[in-house]
Unconditional design. Structure first.
Length: 92
């Protein structure tokens, strides 16, 4: 039984590694977007985009809207932070 738990935990660890790799890539893309927004003087926060992401992910039927919102709340905050940093650099 304990070996089964260990095997499942190893699989979770692999998934966590992939999630972090994908989040790193997502934040790198957000940084690029922040630079562009700085060049064209566009606001960082985009509520319509965030809601569209939530709705698109909810339509997949894998997680509830509330679960997606809980996960993406922090992703959106990190993205905004990264874009603000890139925005400031490119608008100077």
């Amino acid at each position: 039984m304990s070996q089964m738990i260990e095997n499942l935990r190893l699989e979770i660890d692999q998934i966590d590694d992939e999630i972090i790799r994908l989040l790193h890539h997502r934040l790198a893309l957000a940084s690029q977007i922040g630079k562009i927004k700085g060049q064209i003087q566009q606001e960082i926060k985009d509520f319509q985009r965030e809601e569209a992401i939530i709705q698109r992910l909810e339509s997949k039927g894998l997680l509830s809207k509330k679960q997606i919102q809980l996960i993406y709340q922090n992703i959106f905050l990190l993205t905004q932070q990264i874009q603000e940093e890139s925005h400031a650099v490119s608008s100077n």
